[in-house]
Ligand binder design. Structure first.
Ligand code: HEM
Length: 521
């Protein structure tokens, strides 16, 4: 009789079991979790689905929700059961410092290794291991090295401005700056790092499919973060099926093949003792130059071909969208502000009556150009959204709130770059704020983190800055009669944070046309 009763009611029992199981999880996460004392919205404290909703379903919108959360709950907000978001420059200095004990969050970074199946400079968890690996790469991206290879940047810049001129002179009289400026970045980094330029500027579509491929990969990040057990499943999908399901991946796999071929070729040359015409990142990593007495305690690490491949892929991916998107923003903002446009062109032409005499160190001295680039980095940081780190075994306290070891703490460039205490009218593009009194500028610098800080800051910062100065400087020196194409608006440059910053999928692409009359200089 009893068994008949159970048989008749088993769905009810299972439902009851599930409801009580769910209830226990909710009560535990909300009231008995080590983070239950951290303020934040109820739903976020019990589940990571709200973050998934903003990131996965609404595509990278979390960074726009966070300011509202901080306004309501304070500088420390619990945004998912084990993650806390912070909005304080002091907290940033604590976490992102040289020798930090905070480590990267494996939940985000490890799956990025994906098809490369080995750690990259970006994804190494151990800070000690990272230090060794980074010291092998640093010399190649130092300011000295960038200035030594400055000509690469100038050659590509000349190609870009020449193409802009040709586009405006053509029958269509329009230029696709969105794709061209990203192609420029890819060409610079591939020529600079491997001496094998991908020549995307020469392609009719400016290598659009590669740019789309990198974006498509970012689409997976929210899924990976929210459903970690799915990560090994992604790894089981063969490449051909991936391409069938997500066609943009084809270009990504092609780019991996190109990088691998380049590594293999350099390996052969090294083995055969062939002297390269110019040492590349591959040579420096596969056959490091010998140490000299000024290197002190430094030591060189010889990396395996697989690791060199992974870092090369990483460097290309990291340097393309970030720099391209920031340069595009700088150009767009200047075009939208006639007064700034006129003054910038005058500043450039006064400083360099002959544009061929432009050099990077000299451009860096121009106050308005400097302000334009800083504002573009402020409003368009390459990685605008939450960058997660893990609290070390000693625990940590932020704004009086203790956080236990293992807590994920994230901070966003978008939030600090819009801090109203540092930046009046933070949403306004105002290059003059960087020409203010030195102490005010210093206070603003404190909230500027476009390249991150500390040991895990951007490897390519010097190269990126050089690209920004060269492109923005050259374009506004040469052209005083440009304007944004009429079918493009500020809303198309809205940022979404999918690790790298992107514009919404449906956004129109930034194009440039000519004005009838140039601005009066
Ligand atoms: C405006 C342009 C750029 C911006 C805003 C930018 C920003 C950043 C930021 C914020 C990080 C830290 C990421 C994290 O903590 O997870 C980073 C890391 C990195 N960036 Fe950039 N980046 C730019 C351009 C470049 C370029 C041109 C390269 C090419 C070499 C590059 C290569 C890297 C690499 C390899 C890392 C990982 C460094 C490490 O973990 O040691 N970036 N970048």
């Amino acid at each position: 009789m009893g068994s008949t009763t159970f048989a008749g009611h088993w769905p009810v029992y299972i439902a009851l079991y599930l409801v009580s199981w769910l209830g226990c999880i909710i009560i535990r996460r909300r009231y008995f979790h080590p983070l239950s004392h951290v303020p934040g919205p109820f739903l976020m404290s019990i589940s990571s689905l709200p973050v998934f909703y903003y990131q996965g379903i609404q595509e990278g919108q979390l960074m726009h929700i966070l300011p509202k959360l901080h306004a309501k709950y304070g500088r420390v907000v619990r945004i998912s059961p084990n993650e806390v978001h912070l909005s304080d420059p002091e907290a940033y200095e604590k976490i992102h410092t040289v020798g930090t004990k905070f480590t990267k969050d494996p939940g985000l970074y490890t799956p990025m290794e994906g098809v490369m199946k080995t750690t990259t400079i970006l994804t190494i968890m151990s800070n000690e291991e990272h230090k060794v690996r980074r010291s092998a790469l640093n010399p190649f991206f130092s300011r000295r090295s960038v200035l030594d290879l400055e000509q690469i940047i100038w050659d590509k810049t000349a190609q870009l401005t020449g193409m802009l001129q040709a586009g405006l002179d053509s029958r269509q009289q329009i230029f696709d700056m969105h794709h061209a400026i990203r192609a420029f970045s890819v060409d610079v980094i591939t020529e600079y790092a491997y001496a094998r330029c991908w020549n995307q500027l020469d392609m009719p579509d400016f290598g659009m499919s590669y740019q789309d491929a990198i974006r498509a990969i970012h689409w997976f990040f929210p899924y990976i973060l929210t459903f970690p057990p799915a990560v090994p499943l992604f790894g089981l999908i063969p490449d051909w099926l991936n391409v069938m399901l997500f066609p943009p991946f084809k270009k990504w796999f092609d780019s991996l093949t190109t990088v691998r071929a380049a590594v293999t070729k350099v390996r052969k040359e090294i083995d055969m003792g062939v002297k390269p015409s110019r040492r590349t990142i591959f040579h420096d990593l596969m056959e490091p130059p010998p140490l000299n007495e000024t290197d002190g305690k430094k030591f060189r690490q010889v990396l395996s071909d697989e690791t060199v491949f992974a870092d090369a892929v990483n460097v290309t991916g990291a340097g393309a969208e970030t720099t391209g998107s920031t340069a595009a923003r700088a150009i767009f903002e200047v075009l939208c502000n006639p007064a700034i446009y006129g003054r910038l062109t005058k500043e450039l032409r006064d400083a360099f009556p002959n544009p061929d005499t432009m050099t990077l160190p000299a451009l860096e001295q121009l106050p308005l150009l400097n302000g334009v680039i800083k504002e573009a980095l402020r409003l368009n940081p390459g990685l605008p959204g939450a960058i997660p780190r893990v609290v070390p075994p000693s625990g940590a306290t932020f704004n009086g709130i203790p956080l236990p070891p293992g807590t994920v703490v994230s901070m966003s460039a978008w939030i600090l770059h819009h801090d109203p205490d540092a930046f009046a009218n933070p949403e306004v593009f105002d290059p003059y704020r960087w020409m203010d009194q030195p102490e005010k500028v210093r206070a603003r610098e404190r909230c500027m983190i476009p390249f991150g800080r500390g040991s895990r800051n951007c490897l390519g910062q010097n190269l990126a800055m050089a690209e920004l100065y060269a492109t923005v400087g050259s374009i506004f020196h040469r052209f005083d009669d440009l304007q944004v194409a009429p079918d493009f608006g500020r809303e198309d440059l809205a940022l979404v944070g999918l690790f790298l910053g992107y514009h919404p999928r449906k956004a129109r692409k930034f194009k440039i046309v000519r004005r009838e009359q140039g601005y009066k200089i």
